[in-house]
Design a protein around this ligand. Sequence first.
Ligand code: ADP
Length: 326
Amino acid sequence: QILLPQEISEDVSQNEDKIRPQKLDDYIGQKDLKGVLNIAIAAAKQRQESLDHILFYGPPGLGKTTMSLILASEMGVNCKITAAPALERPRDIIGLLVSLQAGDILFIDEIHRLNRVTEELLYPAMEDKRLDITIGKGQSAKIRSIPLQSFTLIGATTKIGSLTSPLRDRFGLIQRLQFYQLDELTEIVKRSAQIFNVNIDSQGAEEIARRSRGTPRITNRLLRRVRDFAQVKGVEQIDQTIASEALDLHNVDRLGLDWTDRLVLSTIIEQFNGGPVGLDAIASATGEDAKTIEEVYEPYLLQIGFINRTHRGRIATEKAQEHLLG
Ligand code: ADP
């Protein structure tokens, strides 16, 4: 679980609120995104309007929720956080929408998973600040419109391709979050270490950063494991050796690959001659779930150029072979 980009309960219980950046200036990396949002904030403030609806997409753990909370605080409004699976019944979304105050942000995670009825309630809400509610059934059914306060919907998704086009078209800004660079992740380690009151040198911070799969959520989790290790060993300052020893113990290799990543790569290389091979064949040969491979392991392996996707299947690259041998 240590390298899972999705949130686990430990992330939430362990000082999550403290390490989450609260201001745009504390939000490390994502330069292009911050540039776009800075303008959007300034323009909305000048016009005294709420922000346009925004769609964030990209892998989990890159800071979509964090950015939404920052936007709310920069705009001086509230942010209500929910996720599509919690909006099963029409009254769930209706309740949320009518409770919003002028300018508030409604953040819906996994927005590609909204059901059709909920999604259709959102269309007039997003477009015309209006809820159209059907009362009664059959021929006697009537539509009643309820006016809403102006609000900003922020949707987050890992799968932009699964969004319907009517929903996608209603977002004024569609922004992709990128995996983080090594220097940015190193900065995140240093910032979180300060909050945790942990003494770490630059090489130690960089070692954790290098193994965190471009993902701040993983960075913070690895830092917590290294902190435990250093504490038990009675080490005053975490350096590269301590960070490496601690993470080796958790089977996180020097590029942030774990046992399953290595199994997936070695299976493609050894059993399928390096590929191309289909996802299902990889799944059955490794005993892993195809969806898990696709959603959890593959994005990072693609990002670092260890896997290529072709129309005939996945190929393991030479870089991957060298890493496994090294
Ligand atoms: P997502 O919503 O994309 O899954 P989150 O916003 O929950 O990701 O971010 C996961 C964690 O990573 C946050 O708790 C936060 O502490 C950290 N984090 C994310 N982005 C940044 C950033 N740009 N700078 C510093 N920390 C970050």
